[in-house]
Write a protein that binds this ligand. Sequence first.
Ligand code: FE2
Length: 214
Amino acid sequence: MELYQSEPFYITYNAQQYNFRNCIEKLMGTSNLEELHQLQQYEVLDRAHDQSTVWHKKYYEQFDAFNTLYVDFVKNYLKPLLGIEKLVYQRIPTFRVHLVGNLAVGEWHKDRTYNHGSTEVNFWMPFTHAYGNNTIWTESKEDLADYKPYEVKPGEIFVFNGANLNHGNKLNDTSSCRLSVDFRIVDFKHFKPSDRGSINLNTRFDIGGYFEVC
Ligand SMILES: [Fe+2]
């Protein structure tokens, strides 16, 4: 499968073999991911606070437990699927929580506005059924502004050019919370390291920093 495509696309994987949901349930301490909003309430999150819930803290503090499965998945599933000889991947996938009545990401943007390289491709992987206003909205071509929500079911990953496409989310008016990670993949042949850092943790956009290689 070609990594660099002109429009967003989906890949599928075996969610029993790679049981990310189960892993996230353990990290969050509940199997009822769709109803996290019942456990902790937040004002509508803005850009400065969209990584600061108790759920984010649980994910990042216990990241090693997620990392084993993630690295196995990237090396043994995505890399052969994409047919890439040397693959650059985001070391710590970014965790998102889209609570009912809230936002997961505080502002609409193109990732390159936040120092991301233009050859990065975004892999958007939810652990809950993502649809309507609990999923991601994006345009399909740069500046086309044909925004729509992309439904993503268990066992699917939504792949899009987040560096260059404007994307965001809306107030979650569904009855279901959405939990997801997103991570970036680059073919090493097209990788351009940068000394600049990421917006949340100020991690350098280079291998050994924000990225790892396999
Ligand atoms: Fe983004």
